[in-house]
Design a protein around this ligand. Structure first.
Ligand SMILES: [Mn+2]
Length: 139
């Protein structure tokens, strides 16, 4: 099981490869706002744990295990953003809140939140009902 920090790297690397076809140490450092030497260290660890293959001058590629996990992590992040949006969390809080909670929920909870998101998506009236409660609580 990857640690929260490893998850952040795998998630970011997966997104970079999806968007650009490759992930450079400098791009990862920029995305995660860390020093490139920290990226190199973590990438070596991820290589050792078989989430990716890293060669200094050739760049890095995710293993099938790394890809599978990366995909799940990106899905989890997006689902949690959707969830917070539906329950009426202010836009400016959503990204940071997801970064704060995403590593600390079991997949069991993630899947049940997925059900709840689906419940609201199936009928916009349900979202309106929730908005009413939200408005009342703010009065
Ligand atoms: Mn994230």
């Amino acid at each position: 099981m990857p640690t929260p920090s490893m998850e952040d790297y795998i998630e970011q690397i997966y997104m970079l490869i999806e968007a650009k076809g490759y992930a450079r140490v400098s791009d990862i450092a920029e995305a995660l706002q860390v020093h490139p030497s920290s990226v190199t260290k973590m990438v070596q660890k991820l290589d050792k744990d078989e989430y990716l293959n890293y060669e200094k001058y050739r760049g890095l590629i995710l293993t099938s295990q790394g890809k599978k996990i990366g995909k799940r992590l990106v899905y989890r992040h997006e689902l949690l953003e959707q969830f917070l949006e539906i329950i009426g969390v202010n836009k400016e809080n959503i990204y940071d809140d997801v970064e704060g909670i995403e590593h600390h929920l079991s997949w069991n909870s993630i899947d049940r939140i997925g059900d709840l998101v689906q419940y609201f998506e199936e009928d916009p009236k349900r979202v309106e009902d929730l908005e009413l409660i939200h408005k009342k609580s703010e009065q």
